[in-house]
Write a protein that binds this ligand. Structure first.
Ligand SMILES: C[S@@+](CC[C@H](N)C(=O)[O-])C[C@H]1O[C@@H](n2cnc3c(N)ncnc32)[C@H](O)[C@@H]1O
Length: 211
């Protein structure tokens, strides 16, 4: 009897897992189709990952009207706030999408090239057992490198000293990127989180050739 119950429970769990995986796959497929429609031709993009309410990217886009600027975030409400800034300011080359960073990079058409990428005040996940959740790590750096030409820049900024050291370590062990501490920050405007902080550290990083 106990064995029968355990077989039934195992069956329910594996059905739920399969349903969840099918749902995730459908989301990834929908994102791939949407990005193919949005970017049918080769194009260079300035990307902000984890753009929150879009404060930084809206200001950046206003100052760089010729650049295609895309902000992505996991949270729909934040994406909508970004869209409302875009609409109020009439920023025609700015868009915000709800997407997870790694899934977005997997789904991006191969002819899209990343020129500048911003990661501003990402969640620091301060506890050691949560460091695996930090998104500045090798899978992100590798997927960004696959879409970035030599000379493309990644701009990292955080208020969390431990995460800043982690970022430097992650960049140092990846042969496709090199820290350029001396490089200028290309455009200053406060993000939502920057407005809440007293201090922060920044790390410009360059996609290097031949790796
Ligand atoms: C601490 S907030 C910073 C927001 C904004 N960059 C700022 O400086 O105000 C981090 C943002 O990253 C988003 N985020 C976290 N993990 C993400 C992921 N894997 N892909 C896309 N966005 C993510 C969160 O939803 C959140 O809006």
């Amino acid at each position: 009897m106990a064995q029968e119950e355990s077989r039934v429970t195992t069956g329910i769990v594996s059905d739920a897992r399969a349903a969840h995986e099918a749902m995730c796959q459908a989301t990834r497929d929908a994102l791939t189709r949407r990005l193919a429609e949005l970017f049918p031709e080769p194009v260079e993009m300035t990307l902000e990952i984890g753009c929150g309410h879009g404060h930084y990217l809206a200001a950046y886009s206003q100052a760089h009207p010729d650049e295609l600027c895309v902000g992505i975030d996991l949270v729909s409400k934040r994406v909508k706030k970004g869209e409302s800034k875009r609409d109020k300011r009439g920023l025609e080359r700015l868009m915000f999408l709800k997407a997870e960073a790694l899934e977005f990079l997997d789904a991006l058409p191969v002819h899209v090239s990343l020129k500048r990428v911003f990661v501003l005040f990402p969640d620091p996940w301060p506890k050691k057992r949560h460091w695996k959740n930090r998104f500045v790590q090798q899978p992100l750096l590798d997927k960004l490198a696959a879409r970035a030409q030599p000379g493309a820049m990644l701009y990292l900024r955080t208020d969390h000293a431990g995460y800043f050291d982690w970022m430097k370590e992650q960049v140092a062990v990846n042969p496709k990127w090199a820290a350029r501490a001396e490089a200028p920050w290309p455009f200053e405007a406060p993000s939502f989180f920057q407005n809440l902080m007293d201090s922060w550290q920044s790390l410009p990083v360059e996609r290097v050739a031949g790796k």
